[in-house]
Design a protein around this ligand. Sequence first.
Ligand SMILES: Nc1ncnc2c1ncn2[C@@H]1O[C@H](COP(=O)(O)OP(=O)(O)OP(=O)(O)O)[C@@H](O)[C@H]1O
Length: 322
Amino acid sequence: MTGPLGIVAVMRNSAIAVSGLRKGYGDKVVLDGIDFDVAAGSVFSMLGPNGAGKTTTVNVLTTLMKADGGTVHVAGHDVVTATKEVRSLIGVTGQFAAVDELLTGRENLQLMADLKRVRSADRVVARLLERFDLVKSADKAASTYSGGMRRKLDLAMTLVGNPQIIFLDEPTTGLDPRSRRTMWEIVRDLVADGTTIFLTTQYLEEADQLADRIAVLDQGRIVAQGTPEELKRQIPGTHVRLRFTDLFELDAAAQVLAGATRDDQELTLRVPSDGGSRSLRALLDRLDDHMISAEEFSVHTPDLDDVFFALTGHTSTEAIAK
Ligand SMILES: Nc1ncnc2c1ncn2[C@@H]1O[C@H](COP(=O)(O)OP(=O)(O)OP(=O)(O)O)[C@@H](O)[C@H]1O
């Protein structure tokens, strides 16, 4: 779209717009010119190992830190010139929780409601305690909470005042699988309500589960961006798996489909493919032409671990160990 109306439409749709963002500490370049756009109402995940620059990005986007170069707009506001507006629209949950351990869950939420000058604070606090399943522990000191409960309380505190855009910096690092799943459910609920989520994570599965778009950050640069499916499709390894009813059919198919790998025990053929609809149709047509029918047909795409390795030359855990 062109013209002023087009521009307005684009801006309205973009919750976060980052262009040429650079940041270093002394001589060390941490963000080496990164660009991305987050659509309103979506989950955008920045995926990268320890030290990739995720927290630095969150700090700049949430006005806590000044960039060395580039521009950042949050809900259409420049983070440098409209800091106050940006702060009033966002919520941030960092790696170091804002929870005061000496206060109870309820008191922590009340404190936040006072800070944000929220009306009907008691009602807001009660609702959040319920939503996060913290009613029973509401009047116990946060120091007695488990890691998962503390994260939930931290996130509940972030939601006081209904921010439009929420930044979650590694929200599930160190959590057990059950608490992690609870956090995922909460994120999904928030998005269903129209909230925009910027989420950093080192967990490939987490990005895969939650994100509409993923940016892979490695050593200060975005090495890939796209939907989880797009990222997986970018790398070799996608294949079609065909299962046949007997060896006779398998033999016939193996002769027709050059380059396929057969497994006689499983009665399957693995055929390299980009997984696109055109090549799938061509493959099925070819089998049809030879009157071969497959009992089962499935497309397998590599997971994000494969993607990370293909893009960066190291696995995410190798990089973490660096
Ligand atoms: N205040 C600082 N002064 C100097 N170097 C810093 C500072 N903060 C971060 N760094 C360095 O910048 C790099 C990126 O750090 P950042 O915290 O943004 O990474 P991250 O991807 O969030 O990793 P993590 O998951 O460990 O938090 C790291 O090498 C870190 O040591």
